[in-house]
Design a protein around this ligand. Structure first.
Ligand code: FPP
Length: 277
């Protein structure tokens, strides 16, 4: 936990956390699904004269902290952009390091996920990953599959355009096989053919390191998500920063294209496919 030695940060965090949780209970204004673009590991490390890979290591510590803190804010789904399809173009030593880090993470965090009732889930083109990692992912999914708490979805080798293209192919195939009629294709049909089928759309999208970009992440799913961009680099994004993001969400008025929040009925909104907890 961040602390300047005087207890100030600890106090700040406790005060913010209690306020955010109290507000959430009063208004039920909770971002049930939070998606995160974890950017800035490299810059954080470079700024301190450290190798870029050190940023990824500290980034994993923040992943652990955010997963552990999320349920306290009422968050039920956390979706983390860990590795994009475009990230394969990075220097091979960095890609190899990230794969090693992922492999270790999958081994080390399994017990914690089981203990904390977390469901481990993934989206992305897993076939791109080394076989040993694919096996560890399958193991972790199986061993946490009956848990009932926070659903943590990692995006590995993920590209939203690729996901949508795949969905179009599957839907076209079903039409060709006469399992589906063209006129019956709805927005729900498309949602049901994405990697995220069965997950509610994100309520809040957080991006660290100040860049105002979506970077090919959940393009379909974030149609009505609230956006929160912080200048903090991902290795600095701790529980206190999560509290600030949730607090910012609580102050927003979500209208879903209507004129006033009071008229916005989440049940009939396109961003709530009826799987809200
Ligand atoms: C972006 O920072 C971050 C990534 C490409 C990887 C995100 C990965 C982690 C947070 C750790 C890995 C997670 C697991 C679960 C093993 P960047 O390198 O693009 O930073 P920069 O924009 O400053 O260069």
């Amino acid at each position: 936990m961040a602390n300047d030695g005087t207890g100030r940060s600890v106090r700040f965090e406790q005060e913010t956390l209690s306020r955010v949780v109290e507000q959430a209970e009063m208004t039920q204004n909770i971002p049930y699904h939070v998606a995160m673009i974890m950017d800035g590991n490299g810059r954080w490390a470079e700024r301190q004269g450290l190798p870029r890979i050190r940023g990824h290591q500290v980034g994993v510590e923040r992943v652990e902290e955010i997963i552990s803190a999320a349920p306290e804010f009422g968050i039920k789904y956390l979706t983390l952009y860990a590795f994009s399809k475009e990230n394969w173009r990075r220097p091979s030593h960095e890609v190899n390091f990230l794969m090693e880090l992922l492999s270790t993470y999958l081994d080390c965090e399994l017990a914690t996920m089981k203990k904390n009732n977390i469901v481990f889930n993934t989206i992305g083109d897993l076939a791109d990953l080394p076989k040993v990692i694919q096996e560890k992912i399958a193991r972790n999914k199986k061993e946490t599959g009956t848990n009932t708490g926070l659903v943590v979805t990692f995006a590995f080798s993920y590209s939203s355009r690729h996901e949508i293209t795949q969905a179009c192919r599957k839907i076209a195939g079903e039409v060709a096989e006469q399992k589906l009629r063209c006129e019956d294709i709805s927005e729900q049909t498309i949602s049901d053919h994405l990697y995220t089928a069965g997950l509610p759309d994100p309520d809040l999208l957080v991006r660290t390191s100040g860049e105002m970009r979506i970077s090919n992440f959940l393009l379909w799913q974030i149609s009505y998500a609230e956006l929160y961009v912080t200048e903090k680099y991902w290795p600095e994004f701790n529980k206190e920063e999560l509290a600030k993001a949730v607090e910012s969400f609580q102050k927003r008025e979500r209208r879903f294209g209507r004129t006033h929040a009071a008229e916005a009925d989440p049940k009939t909104s396109p961003s709530f496919p009826g799987v809200k907890p």
